[in-house]
Write a protein of this length. Sequence first.
Length: 580
Amino acid sequence: MRRNFKSLLKFCVISAVTMAVTVLVYRTMDGGGKIPKLVAERKRSAPFEPHSNNEKIDWHDYQLIEADAKRKGRGEQGVPAYLEGVETANYETLFRVNGFNAALSDKIALDRSVPDLRHQKCKAKKYLKNLPSVSVIIPFHNEHWTTLLRTATSVINRSPPELLKEVILVDDFSSKDFSKKPLDDYLAANLSKVFSIHLPERSGLIRARLAGAKIATGEVLIFLDSHTECNVNWLPPLLEPIAQDYKICVCPFIDVVQYETFEYRAQDEGARGAFDWEFFYKRLPLLPEDLKHPAEPFKSPVMAGGLFAISSKFFWELEGYDEGLEIWGGEQYELSFKIWQCGGEMYDAPCSRVGHIYRKYAPFPNPGKGDFVGRNYRRVAEVWMDEYADYLYLRRPHYRMIDPGDLTKQKALRERLKCKPFKWFMENIAFDLPLKYPPIEPADFGQGEIRNIAAPELCVDSGFKSRDQQISIAKCVKGTAAKGEQNFTLTWHKDIRVKGKTLCFDVSDPNDKADVTLYPCHGQQGNQYWRYDVESQHFLHGGNPRCLDCDPGSLRLFVSSCDDGSKTQKWRFENVNLTM
Ligand code: UD2
Ligand code: MN
């Protein structure tokens, strides 16, 4: 802890109290695992009352900022880091079980410095002096030791001690290999505000968060994933909106900690959270008024899920999460819909930033629960989405067959809190979502083979190529299995998709005769923007259009400046939807 003496003293007093409680909690959890019993044993703070004193102060910890700026070493300042020589020995084993470069994590300091990526205006911002106290809740299942401890360490180091009451690590029944006792010993010796509870059975991240929330004593609950790093002054911007209105939930900007190099970088300049009708998390652009105030919180329709602050009072008025949600997935929609529909608001705070390791893949085996994500989505859709649930079922008809289990409690809550209909949410909060993600997808522009006019025996052929590979032309095939490689869809997104519809024609090179490669479809046009002109028989690429062209001799496919006299630029598209 690099803090001044006064805060250190305060910190020690709070720590002593917390530790006493910790022992109690830890014993009870290990013994019977009866979570509700703990609620009575731990005294929750009275809900935070807005203070009449609106004085604002500078919450920055300049001592820490200065010390961090001087740090040198691997991964410091968030620059990309690499394993060296013999260190690579356990790279693969650890990558496989974690989905990120855990061997590298072990070589980076737990209290490493991260770059301050905040907007310049954040650096001068002051926040209310009277802010609520915080319990940070971090569920984990088999989290790698150093990423878990780096999470806890960054919370401790970058939070004003007078605001941080406790950090609760909820161990969601990690496997026997996970070192419970060493963890508890380490925490007791090094991070005294941090303690862990060990759940007696695999409960999933949703019920693990609930278990933490039930014993939390802070006025505000902050949830984090177990592989995150809090950035400079992250706490006050999350707390101030809640201090002003307890029904506001606030999310930090989530930065990217790259899974291979642990580089710490921004995801984007900020965006509003949303979803598509398969329930993939998506993002919508900021609104013009949001752009005018780059350091102020802006409204966001849904949270990403893992990282947010909510008053304990409002969280429990909403009855927390639906306890029927299993393992992983869907809870971010449940809570977001519930917040908006039941009288709350949700904001993203640009001046609060937290880094998160987006894994390369999820390493957890399914704990024998079947399609728990589908079941979770069904529960959320049935309780909160009214007639809009049909748009989800349209794309995933089998959801209708999944038994969602008992929903009485959730429906009764919606009734009791007189929550608004989903239509209200769509029209007032996520009003621009249908423009980008139409509930009913428009028809595609065309589909089939793309045959060259100059060399009519040749067709565009994706040749079983994969991501980043160049595609070419080949002899047209009819009616064979290979036809799949010559069957393309010009979708309503205005991209050209290969069979299977996940890879798109992409041109990133601005030079003449640029290659056409395959890249995962993003539906955002740009390098994947194509149109077909029925008159000229051109496939036009990009806003400053170039035309799809080929060299029948070398079979190369490329784009070049449009020339109406060039027959190699003309293509017959098998089935064009002329009603478009
Ligand atoms: C995102 C969210 C995550 C959650 C999830 C959907 C962010 C950055 N992350 O996926 O918080 O909302 O979407 O449900 O917004 N865990 C358990 N028990 C389990 C499985 C996971 O405790 O059975 C823990 C895990 O160790 C981690 C957290 O739950 O701390 C989230 O899991 P994840 O990191 O695999 O989820 P992520 O980031 O892919
Ligand atoms: Mn995560």
